[in-house]
Write a protein that binds this ligand. Sequence first.
Ligand code: ADP
Ligand code: MG
Length: 928
Amino acid sequence: MTIMQNKAKIDASKIAQESIEDVYQEFETSKDGLTASEANKKLQEVGKNTIQRGQKEPQWKVFLKNFTSLMALLLWVSGFIAIFAQMVELGIAIWAVNIINGLFSYWQEHAAQKATDSLLKMLPSYTQVIRDGKSQQINAEDLVPGDVFIIQAGNSISADARIIEATSFQVDESSLTGESVQVSKKPEYEHGDGRFAEANMVYAGTIAGSGTATAVAVATGMQTEFGKIAKLTQTQKTTTSPLQKELNRLTHQLSWIAIGIGVAFFIAAIFFVKYPVAKSFIFALGMIVAFIPEGLLPTVTLSLAQGVTRMAKKHALVKELNSVETLGETTVICSDKTGTLTQNQMTINHLWTAKQEYQVTGEGYVNNGEVQLNNQKVDYHNDADLEMLLRISALNNDTKVEQPDKAGDKPKIVGTPTEASLVILAEKAGMNVDEESKVSPRLTELPFDSDRKRMTTIHQLDEKHRSVCVKGSLDGILDIADSILDDGKERPITDDDKKKVLDADAGYAKDGLRSLAVAYRVVENDDASMPNDVKDWTIENTEKHLTFVGLTVMADPPRPEIYEAIQKCHDANIKVIMVTGDGALTAKSIAVRIGITSNQARVVTGDELTAMSDDELIKALEGEIIFARVAPEQKYRVVTTLQKLGHVVASTGDGVNDAPALKKADIGVAMGVTGTDVAKDAADMILTDDNFSSIVAAIEEGRTVYSNIQKFLLYILNSNVSEAAPSVLFLFSRGLITLPLTVMQILTVDLGTDMFPALGLGAEKSELGIMKQPPRDRKAHLLNKSIIWKAFAWYGLVASVISSGAYFFVNHVNTGWPAGALAATGMNYREATTMTLAAIVFCQIGAALNCRTKDTSLFKIGIFSNHRVLFGIAFEICLLALLIYVPFLQGLFNTAPLGLQEWIFLVCIPIPLVLVEELRKKIFRRKA
Ligand code: ADP
Ligand code: MG
């Protein structure tokens, strides 16, 4: 049988019952996997290992939605009424505007979707395969049936596969079965209940919860069970974020207000001015169009998408646009220590054994340095305790350190930095790590987990003995050690011994150093208390009666940029809580050093946390607090309690057990480099550099996006006032003041000239003080009092006075008003309305500049620092020039050319506007 036939249908339950040899034969492979060229050939045949999900909504529906919103409907009807009232050009113009607006929103939505999709592509997932007889990492997309691959706790499984080997292997198949209990998997066939129940099969899309396994892939991509389901089901429904709800509410409100104003003006036109009905209709229409916030939704989407892109540049990948908003509201960050706050570059600098304490020096890496103990070259062969310490560190280790290509380069680490530091130590001391593991081959292991905080490996010591090597947290290991190695001899461990180690450890921890304890046990082959088969050795029966050997102590310096990031959090009133698996003293020392807490902070350990009542925890969380030696599961409780206190919580995590807390947090943050697939799946945001500072940068972006939305809201609202003012004058003078701005002209400002500067405001950089303010209240409205006040009573009012002034000024020049009458028709009238229009546009230029900052001086951020706004302004002026100089458009928009005198007047408008607003900002700053 060939792979081509497999394409037809792969029956997992049949494969489960075959012998493993048959499976190899069927997929033309062996237990040593494929060769690279075989794999390539198969990849050509079966295609990439990717899942294509069903479309959630047909594109035409998404497209049409942009033309059927309340706002769009209003504009359709308005256009219709205009045509009906014999204002055909106006009607067509309104429709044209509606179409342009709809296309624009569709394009924005599309662009935003593409932006987030491409971000996710930046996060490839990898699979550890055996090809050409060597274990190597490949992109999970390139996995093919027949590939033999290795699965570790935390991996998401990338193909349907038959298990070849497994050690305490458990998977979470809830993505397929909906059941979130972990199920054990092993090489032997065993049929359980229902589908996916075979014990020797694993399925793509499920997650390895614990242990390790080797498996041979039998189906990839859309051929997998997961692929088949994905084909049928649609993508999950996207939820509406609070911001979207707020915006919907706002546009509805504003639309209804627009209609209300329209109706009022319609009635007023009939009764006050005695206009005919049709003419009153058109008049009212102008008001409705002026007050509907057409560009708002697409502009918000755009600025969210821009925020996401900017965050990605700062190493924070956000999965959904919505998270941008939540980030801006964050009040607490719960952060891991190792690798997030610190560099995760471990260097051993002390060793402790019962006989002696060593200071480790010796620069450089594996082969271009040597280890010196207490400033002397030490031969470990002469020191039995030291030899044991190094040997266990080397054997109880899953990390490979590869020689750098060039001398002076850093070695390549495949594994974790903690273990790498141990390998490097042993090698520097002259031990051959590869040789050691050949002499004492590993039989099995009890993998590391962050609950018990240690790992155990079991080796064949000689024909008669097996050895158990353990490394992990000191407190845990002391509990299960009953003897100690002292000068090459084992003797019972005394309380005094324990006190000595703990004291030494506390001394290191106070300096922020991190320690790993090392212990062992030798078991005779015929020991009756242990199962004969090492596969049956468990944590309970193996991790006991240990002989304590000593401590390896390592430094992990804080990230250099962390100090500033923490300071920013303090300034911004964001609380930082360290939640670490490391010991209490180490945690506190680091926390104090990088400025998270003062020395008075309370350190709560995992055990204390378990004993605490909810009320006690709430109380403790109000003060300075550090959590140490906690298990990831306990993070969940911390997050929940903080949320009960009203906090918006960002929480980091990397391991399998972090997933619940990541899901629960308002912003779950997974580590991109060291994080497991499970953590990345559960998170809302992924840090490509694992760096705490990137969270702070993302929060800053989140705040910026929100404040930019408020900026353009202010911008588009304020012009409504100056657009409406002429009609108000007209009405309240009972028509004595001829209408200074026609409906077509209102449309021009609202949907033409205003559009690009508003978009430009969405791209404004973070304002200087943005991280010096407390987080905004979750319940606060986007459109707050200060914006309403500014838009209507300040920017809008001033602009109304200026633009109406311009109208009277032109009339004064042309007809000698107030002695003469205000022009009502003809060139004089057209010139006057043109001037009103132009004055509004130039007021908006001033407003665009003023809206760029809330209270920072414009001169401080630089008038020319936002190119989009400048482009918007240039566009605005060009459009205005076209409208008043192109004859065809003159007819359509009722405009007339302006003279030099008028232009000089116009160009001067923004200057006092900006200066006066600068003064206000200055006064405001001083008050604050
Ligand atoms: P953090 O929560 O700050 O990220 P870790 O999860 O890395 O800290 O470590 C928690 C504890 O688990 C450490 O203090 C150490 O005792 C133990 N530990 C970490 N890595 C290993 C390892 N590879 N082998 C054994 N024990 C380890
Ligand atoms: Mg960790």
